[in-house]
Design a protein around this ligand. Structure first.
Ligand SMILES: NC(=O)c1ccc[n+]([C@@H]2O[C@H](COP(=O)([O-])OP(=O)(O)OC[C@H]3O[C@@H](n4cnc5c(N)ncnc54)[C@H](OP(=O)(O)O)[C@@H]3O)[C@@H](O)[C@H]2O)c1
Length: 298
């Protein structure tokens, strides 16, 4: 299909409307939550290489500034804005679009990469920590999609790249809430991609296996068997695959051939095989006896 026909097909249900005018005078920007570290930062490098302006969102100002400096060192002249907010706070999510507009931008692409995990038996985690995980991985992602998608549909361009996980393909004993949150994210992304199909907007779910970032350490999962037995991919490799998939309007991206085969196998195998297997891989070598610890991967 030629480029023009492909474009027509992608906009087959899109109608220009008055809503579009709300964004007159604003420039497009790519907003990356969790853009200060790990996969989010690697994705920032990919988008900036294409010449996109970036709005990086995370909590720690010094890490964000460091990330912005690193990006501009590799791509001099890049336009990088930083926004220090805690996405656990619904008010911060509510005003994100208005904040971008006050700087002269509309959020053309949203990358949901900020996420947290919890490792260890479900009953060892405080209800507070489980609530925070759900707030960031499920409620926050849903909220941002709901707030930003209408503008994308009105403009007939842009889209959302959700950084989910292969964890969403199977229940995960010893990381139960995290795995369940990623199953939600996979499902949401697939459904939204269908709903906006033909309206000029793309939704890509990126589902990597284990990636070499601080994420595992932050949830105290460093000693878990999955890191030794399944291996880790570099954030750069994962980001390249995710970015390429987003550019190709792919709906679901699993980076790496081995992980693609694993993902296929997880779809085929019944839970009676995969769940005990995951329990073996995710169990930490020493189970801490204390309850209610205040540690999440953040
Ligand atoms: N690492 C893996 O093995 C792996 C595999 C598959 C999927 N994933 C998914 O990939 C995503 C990114 O993971 P990663 O490995 O890149 O993690 P990471 O290195 O720990 O980075 C997490 C990023 O999210 C930000 N963040 C965390 N909590 C936040 C909050 N409440 N508000 C705003 N920003 C927040 C962090 O910055 P601040 O702490 O400064 O806020 C940081 O920039 C997550 O959704 C994770 O589930 C990771």
């Amino acid at each position: 299909m030629s480029k023009e026909w492909r474009n027509r097909w992608r906009h087959r249900h899109w109608q220009p409307g008055p809503e579009q005018n709300r964004y007159n005078g604003l420039e497009p920007i790519v907003c990356i939550t969790g853009g200060s570290d790990g996969i989010g930062l690697a994705l920032a490098h990919e988008f900036v290489a294409e010449g996109r302006a970036l709005l990086l969102v995370a909590r720690d100002p010094s890490r964000l500034e460091l990330a912005a400096r690193e990006i501009t060192r590799r791509k001099p002249g890049a336009l990088i804005l930083t926004h220090y907010i805690d996405l656990l706070n619904p008010e911060n999510r509510r005003v994100l679009e208005a904040h971008a507009a006050s700087l002269g931008y509309y959020i053309d692409v949203l990358v949901n990469s900020a996420g947290s995990g919890l490792s260890g038996p479900f009953i060892s985690h405080s209800t507070h920590n489980i609530r925070d995980l759900i707030e960031l991985n499920i409620t926050g992602v849903t909220d941002l999609c709901r707030r930003l998608l209408p503008g994308m549909v009105a403009r007939g361009r842009g889209g959302i790249l959700n950084v989910s996980s292969m964890a969403g393909l199977v229940p995960g004993p010893h990381q139960a809430a995290y795995y369940a949150s990623k199953a939600y994210m996979n499902s949401l992304g697939a459904a939204l991609a269908n709903e906006v199909s033909g309206k000029g907007v793309r939704i890509t779910t990126l589902a990597p296996g284990a990636v070499d970032t601080q994420f595992h350490e932050r949830m105290e999962a460093e000693g878990s068997r999955y890191l030794r037995f399944l291996g880790v991919q570099s954030p750069d490799v994962v980001a390249k695959a995710g970015y390429a998939g987003f550019q190709r309007w792919q709906r679901f991206v699993v980076p790496g051939l081995v992980h693609k085969i694993n993902a296929f196998a997880l779809h085929l195998l019944p839970n009676c095989i995969t769940v005990p297997m995951m329990a073996f891989l995710l169990q930490r070598p020493t189970i801490q006896p204390h309850l209610d610890k205040d540690k999440t991967a953040r």
